[in-house]
Design a protein around this ligand. Structure first.
Ligand SMILES: Nc1ncnc2c1ncn2[C@@H]1O[C@H](COP(=O)(O)OP(=O)(O)OP(=O)(O)O)[C@@H](O)[C@H]1O
Ligand SMILES: [Mg+2]
Length: 251
């Protein structure tokens, strides 16, 4: 089983307000469909929220917790925005012959202080077992300390990645860059040096951009590939276990 996370920077115009990148979504759906038809069947897709999540969370101050009636309305508006982005991506996959189903994390994940405390994976693996492609996403989830909190697609990919053979993270960069160059491999040996070059995102991102992403991935102890979603053929290649321009994390 493999996990493909399609970053919010890849499927939305991240600097906007709820702006989907429909062209990128269509191209990525075709790329996934190509791999799926060639045998990459055991697949879970997670996607980021991009401009359907981060700017809404920032505007309504949802990152510090959801308590007041006003914040609750904002929280559910944000959830709905994430669901609508998921419908666009899932729809594009379905149009390309991939039996994708969107499963909202709000219904199956509970967090404590922004970290996943329980995850009912049954619906995910039931869908997978029936030949469907589950699609999860960065979402607002119930939180025992904060009311509701942001659960990033990266955190979900890392959680499910523990049960996977590999994780592919597709974003808007060729991989991890250091001094303007692509880092082909991150291991325990070079991580300290590389981590100095990791920072948040150039666009609004409440879950830490590249630095947050890599931190999530270190705990899973499975091969992780960070690749550029604007080069969809690279995503097809990685899904089929072939080589492509990317950063590999081998922990
Ligand atoms: N060393 C680095 N190498 C590459 N990108 C980096 C680095 N440091 C910071 N970044 C930033 O991280 C961004 C990618 O992370 P980001 O969280 O924005 O993408 P995403 O996962 O596609 O989005 P989302 O969180 O909405 O799913 C890049 O666009 C870049 O601005
Ligand atoms: Mg991010």
């Amino acid at each position: 089983m493999q996990i493909l996370k399609l970053g919010g920077s890849a499927i939305t115009i991240k600097s906007g307000w709820m702006r989907a990148n429909k062209i990128a979504i269509a191209r990525l759906a075709q790329a996934v469909a190509r791999a799926w038809k060639k045998g990459a069947r055991n697949l879970i897709i997670v996607h980021g929220a991009g401009s359907f999540g981060h700017p809404l969370v920032l505007k309504w101050g949802l990152d510090g917790g959801v308590r007041t009636p006003r914040q609750k309305v904002a929280c559910f508006r944000t959830h709905l925005a994430c669901c609508s982005l998921s419908a666009l991506l899932t729809g594009a996959l379905v149009e390309n012959g991939v039996p994708a189903v969107s499963i909202p994390p709000m219904d199956i994940i509970r967090s404590k202080n922004r970290r996943i405390a329980s995850f009912n994976t049954k619906p995910v693996f039931a869908a997978l077992g029936s030949g469907r492609v589950p699609v999860l996403f960065g979402d607002m989830v119930p939180d025992s300390k904060l009311g509701y909190s942001v659960c990033s697609g990266d955190q979900i990919a890392a959680y499910l990645g523990k049960k996977a053979s590999r994780v592919i993270l597709a974003s808007n960069v060729d991989g991890v860059m250091a001094k303007g160059r692509l880092v082909p491999l991150i291991t325990r040996r070079n991580y300290a040096k590389i981590s100095r070059h990791l920072s948040g995102s150039s666009s609004p991102d409440v879950t830490g951009g590249m630095a947050g992403k890599i931190k999530e991935m270190l705990s899973i102890r499975k091969p992780v590939f960070i690749a550029n979603a604007s080069k969809p053929s690279r995503i097809t290649a990685l899904l089929l276990g072939k080589k492509a321009v990317c950063t590999k994390i081998r922990w």
